[in-house]
Ligand binder design. Sequence first.
Ligand code: ADP
Length: 277
Amino acid sequence: MTNTIETPVSLRLSSVKNIIIVLSGKGGVGKSSSSVQLALSLLSVTPTTRVGLLDLDLTGPSIPRMVGLDVPTATVHQSSAGWVPVYVDQGRRLGVMSIGFLLKDRGDSVVWRGPKKDGMIRQFLSEVRWGDLDYLVIDTPPGTSDEHISLMTHLHPLFSPNLSRPTTPSSILITTPQTTALNDTIKSLSFTKKLALPVLGLVENMSGYVCPCCGEINDCFGRGGGEDMAHRNELPFLGRVPIDTVLVSLLDAASKGDVPNTNPVNGSEVGEGITQD
Ligand code: ADP
């Protein structure tokens, strides 16, 4: 008989078949947008596929806005079985969890040191009642920071071959073709190697601009750097996404009319967005 290492995180995530961590070396390369598009694409794998989207960008949560849930009615409900994610669709096939839902005011900024972030990430991983999920997409902040170390520490038990139902997390790297972004992507790649986190592949975002008038492609940020990097590092190249003005307006649409305030949050106000049974 084999020993199993069950922790609150491994127990909670035992109902999740696949965990995909989205990483980027730099901010602004489209990591959150890619996480949203990945989650939406995975929904179409089958008509019953269920997907979770966990926003671990604690200081800059943008997922609620991108999925149209940056509204006062999008609150997290605390049931006896855990925190119920906010669902994008009536069929409850795409659930989202973000610190953005827990703030008293959506415009509040979160100013936390590492241990506090670690506590929040542990709660997100152990207390959210995702139910049976085919995929959990985890959007992380740029770089390799406190959040990444916490995430991998809490997910560590999932790498044990002795778990009754192993779910080994994997990752996807997002970059733009510019040299500065590519250089920082190397650091993310090195992070995955150090932690033996499998990489499913690399996406080159903002790869060329398609003129909406004439359809001509302008390589304003360069093109192909991500693909070269993928080949050099023997990573699957998952594809290029051009700069798309329609995507920008769609992702920004939900925030129209909101005027963010500038209140820093010291921690006590996080959780005011949770409703209880
Ligand atoms: P990150 O998570 O890496 O910081 P975001 O996903 O927040 O980046 O994207 C930064 C900005 O770039 C957002 O306004 C987003 O709408 C825009 N963006 C991302 N990818 C594309 C794209 N392919 N075409 C046009 N705009 C994009």
